[in-house]
Design a protein around this ligand. Structure first.
Ligand code: ADP
Ligand code: MG
Length: 599
């Protein structure tokens, strides 16, 4: 079958793009609220019906849209906020991709009225499934009122995946409160059909706003932070170590006024709190960073929460230092010990340096870290630095019960039997290796090592693999996405029940990713929700190793066999495969004599 390449039908393309921007009702709320804030509104009203699954309404008193531009606003990549590429690096507004309205419109029905101050009348536009069906004059106060209904009606599968209204509403409120912390002047109310569920009044300053949004407990105990270094400035509030949380949800960062979600900044903050927070507890922090717009790239992801920094090292120390300074007179947890100010000198300094290196390494990694080296194409090149010949490990119990050490590279290769077993001789014995089990062990160890130390290398796929899944499987995979990233497979949602694999550890670059993903899903189905993260991670690595390894009945060249031997010498515990089967058997002269009844 031969498929011709053709340009996607507008509406399909629109829906695919929408999948990246609009995942659930809260994504719509976020985009619309950002638009209202960008328009300079200081009063915003939001109405959510059934947690936003039935309808989302938002009214602002911002600058409004010109009647001549209103249709344009629904076209893809139509934005009034940037004019040329360089503007991308000077962004001060929330929006800039011009994707939100068109994406939302392609999966719902929109009714919008807007008026600019200077216009005599407003304009009303109705957009259905991405197409404008009506546009006319209408009376309107200054500002914009937009109502989104029939959400996901063009993508019913996505609709099926919405959670209970209460869950969706919670997601919406989370976005709203995060955005509310970007400004303090704007008043925001959120209503349902029946009642007002959140009122965030205009505040006098950021502290007042923060205490309103994060609550009294935080406000009463929070400590301010503040520092400036060159073009960089940091400010905000951080919680005392004894009012910690069980998750990172209240670790909030704003860069140049924009909310960002960033593991790197979390890492820096946790470094500063280290030793004074109980294990697995997290602080509440609201941290505002300002830096030259050119030093932060927000154009990494369509929903614009991930960023890339030009000077991560400097930023990291700025964060750690200012948080530490603010916590300096906080005692260790328990509070009974004398209060020791912690500084960056001495032992702490070394430790701190390591943390930075570690954070930067992870950061580069999460940014799709470059680095070639391994191609992973030759099935047996497990890559990594083998410690070479001569590095032997205590091994297993043979059938004869002897503990032995084998240097695989020093064995003499005889040949492959049924393209499955590799025969070798050593002085006084014959060794038979199961090629699949052996290679599987090698990959397993490598994957484990790299997972423990963070996978520094990624191979970008020339053609990203797009895989459509059953809805339930999509959910399972989405829930385990972080683990997959840890272990070397970068998977992202890509529209309805579809995922995209863009890069992968070189160790797995040669394999069929569709098959791997399907095996992983089988594993997740089995493990279900019970396993803890470490357990699941082990399972994932085992599946990857199994998939990545040469199969039985595969012909191997002598060179590949030699490479396998080198790899076996470099991994610990080369006695059994991850499933516990032996990798090899060893027959000594004694065994031979017994077999041939010479003894
Ligand atoms: P972006 O925000 O990335 O520019 P959007 O698709 O969200 O793209 O919006 C497209 C354009 O529509 C914006 O650039 C802006 O000019 C206009 N717009 C959208 N919402 C509003 C609003 N509430 N008030 C004023 N203008 C708006
Ligand atoms: Mg926008």
């Amino acid at each position: 079958m031969h498929r011709r390449i053709k340009k996607l039908d507008e509406s399909i393309a629109g829906r695919i793009a929408a999948g990246e921007v609009v995942e659930r009702p809260s994504s719509i709320v976020k985009e619309l609220l950002e638009n209202a804030l960008d328009a300079g509104a200081d009063r915003i009203e939001i109405e959510l019906e059934e947690g936003g699954t039935l309808s989302i309404g938002i009214t602002d008193n911002g600058e409004g849209i010109d009647s001549g531009d209103i249709a344009l606003a629904f076209e893809r990549h139509a934005t009034s906020k940037i004019e040329d590429f360089d503007d991308l690096y000077r962004i001060h507004s929330f929006g800039f991709r011009g994707e939100a309205l068109s994406s939302i419109a392609s999966i719902s029905r929109i009714d919008m009225i807007s008026r600019r101050e200077e216009s005599l009348h407003g304009t009303r536009v109705i957009v259905e499934g991405g197409r404008i069906s009506e546009i006319k004059e209408a009376g309107s106060p200054r500002g914009t009122r937009i109502r989104v209904t029939d959400i996901f009606y063009t993508t019913p599968v996505r609709k099926k995946f919405l959670k209970k209204a209460t869950t969706e509403q919670a997601h919406c409120l989370e976005y709203i409160t995060r955005l509310a912390l970007c400004t303090y002047e704007c008043g925001i109310t959120v209503r349902t059909k029946k009642k007002t569920i959140l009122t965030i009044p205009p505040a006098r300053d950021m502290r007042e706003r923060t205490s309103f949004v994060l609550g009294r407990t935080f406000a009463d105990s929070a400590r301010p932070i503040g520092a400036e270094r060159g073009d960089y400035a940091i400010g905000g509030l951080i919680s005392r170590p004894d009012v910690s949380k069980s998750n990172t949800r209240e670790m909030l960062y704003y860069i140049n006024g924009r909310y960002v979600k960033d593991g790197f900044l979390n890492h820096a903050v946790m470094t500063a709190y280290r030793g004074i927070l109980e294990p697995r507890r997290y602080p509440s922090v609201v941290i505002y960073l300002t830096m030259p717009p050119g030093d932060v790239d927000v154009n990494v992801h369509p929903t614009k929460m991930e960023v890339r920094f030009k000077h991560p090292r400097e930023l990291y120390s700025l964060v750690v230092d200012s948080v530490m300074e603010s916590l300096a007179d906080t005692g260790p947890i328990g509070g009974k010990e004398p209060v020791t100010p912690r500084t960056r000198t001495g032992g702490e300094g070394i430790y701190y340096g390591q943390r930075i290196t570690e954070a930067i390494r992870r950061y580069t990694l999460s940014q799709g870290g470059k680095g070639a080296g391994e191609t992973g194409r030759r099935p047996l090149s497990a890559g990594g630095t083998g410690s070479g010949a001569g590095d032997t490990r205590p091994l297993f119990e043979t059938e004869t019960g002897i503990d032995e050490q084998i240097s695989f590279t020093s064995l003499h290769y005889l040949g492959q039997f049924t393209n499955t077993y590799l025969f070798f001789t050593a002085p006084e014995r014959v060794i038979v290796i199961d090629q699949h089990a052996a290679h599987e062990r090698v990959l397993y160890e490598r994957l484990r090592q790299r997972t423990a130390h963070g996978h520094s290398e990624r191979q970008k796929l020339l053609l990203p693999e797009i895989i459509e899944l059953q809805p339930a499987h999509f959910d399972l995979l989405a829930a385990n996405m972080d683990i997959l990233a840890d272990t070397g497979l970068d998977v992202e949602p890509y529209g309805d029940n579809t995922i995209i694999v863009k890069s992968v550890t070189p160790l797995l670059a040669h394999i069929d990713l569709k098959v791997l993903v399907s095996d992983l899903i089988d594993e997740f189905v089995q493990t279900g929700k019970r396993g803890d993260i470490d357990h699941i991670r082990e399972k994932v690595i085992a599946v990857m190793a199994c998939r990545g390894a040469v199969k039985a009945r595969e012909r191997l060249t002598e060179e590949e066999v030699a490479s396998l031997c080198r790899d076996l010498d470099s991994v610990p515990f080369a006695a059994t495969c991850p499933h516990g089967r032996p990798l090899f058997v060893s027959l000594g002269t004694g065994d031979m004599e017994r077999m041939f009844k010479r003894r």
